[in-house]
Ligand binder design. Structure first.
Ligand SMILES: [Zn+2]
Ligand SMILES: [Zn+2]
Length: 320
């Protein structure tokens, strides 16, 4: 599961392993270190510049992991709308009005953000913070100042480590966890010679600074070769394998966004934003029927049983 969902009566339920715990158990030390509390604070502050990020943690009385898990699209450096790699196309962010401040720290494909704004609610699909306009993030080679302004999520005139990581994850075809380790090790210190923990505009443009790094590594669209995902097993022929394939955090459950992502990829819908919207709507409409306790996740049995969620979604969406 991606988010620490829980119903108000969930304290008696067996605790589902969260993503971070699963990683710690699997011995991914880098990942575990990444989730220390200062990092979590940075991420939270970055994700909600005004401190109004609606948190599902707060709705529940059950004990929660101290660190919020990343959304499935963030884990995979994908656009939260179409679930294709973010760096594969120009990106955009949400702002309070044309030319205004960013409303949250999330990145989207420009075309997907525009489609979302035109056809769906004016709120971020990850954090649900309302927005008023879509702001393209320029290529830093063309307009470093506008790029800096777009990346500066909370508008304080300087870039925090969390803001830097968000944009690198969004715009570079990279192993973002490796970059995160580098940032932690000494990359950020090199970009922040005055050591105040932030990259100011003048530090960004200095030789060997952040801008050099980004423009050197920024993908050139024509030659970019984004690795395609492994081909998923067939839902019809190997439903068990299909479920395991998409249960990336090995929690034994899939949440609504994981199901949406899996179906969009399985049926190859990401090129057609209307079909993406339709599939999202179908999952939204039927998910609750198969999740009576409102936990936000369903297990494999619930998903694969006769007339279960998988069959219902495929039938409702009219896709094969
Ligand atoms: Zn997209
Ligand atoms: Zn958001």
């Amino acid at each position: 599961m991606v988010w620490p969902f829980a119903s108000s009566s969930s304290s008696s339920e067996p605790t589902r392993p969260d993503r971070a715990d699963a990683r710690r158990r699997s011995g991914d030390g880098a990942s575990a270190r990444r989730r220390d509390s200062s990092d979590a604070d940075a991420r939270r502050a970055s994700a909600a510049p005004r401190g109004d990020r609606p948190s599902r943690e707060r709705r529940s009385g059950a004990p929660r992991p101290s660190v919020p898990a990343l959304h499935v699209s963030e884990e995979n450096a994908e656009c939260p709308v179409c679930f294709e790699p973010l760096c594969a196309a120009p990106t955009a962010v949400f702002v309070s009005r044309a030319g205004g401040r960013r409303t949250c720290a999330h990145f989207f494909h420009l075309s997907c953000a525009n489609d979302l704004a035109r056809h769906l609610h004016l709120e971020c699909p990850i954090c649900r913070v309302p927005f008023a306009a879509v702001k393209p993030v320029p290529n830093p080679r063309d307009d470093p100042n506008a790029w800096f302004a777009a990346v500066d999520a909370n508008g304080d005139g300087k870039l925090s480590p969390a803001e830097v990581l968000e944009v690198l994850r969004a715009q570079l075809p990279c192993d973002w966890r490796a970059i995160e380790r580098e940032l932690r090790a000494d990359l950020f210190r090199r970009w922040d010679p005055d050591g105040d923990g932030f990259i100011e505009r003048r530090e960004m443009t200095m030789p060997g600074g952040l801008l050099d790094f980004v423009t050197t590594n920024f993908p050139r669209r024509a030659s970019m070769d984004v690795a395609r995902d492994r081909k998923p097993p067939s839902l019809a022929a190997a439903p068990d394998e299909w479920f395991r394939f998409w249960d990336e955090d090995r929690s034994g459950t899939l949440d609504k966004d994981e199901v949406t992502r899996a179906l969009i990829k399985t049926f190859g819908l990401s090129e057609d934003l209307r079909q993406v919207r339709d599939m999202r709507g179908v999952v939204e409409a039927v998910f609750g029927l198969f999740d009576p306790d409102g936990s936000g996740s369903i297990d494999r049995r619930e998903f694969l049983m006769r007339d279960g969620l998988a069959e219902t979604i495929v039938a409702s969406a009219g896709v094969r």
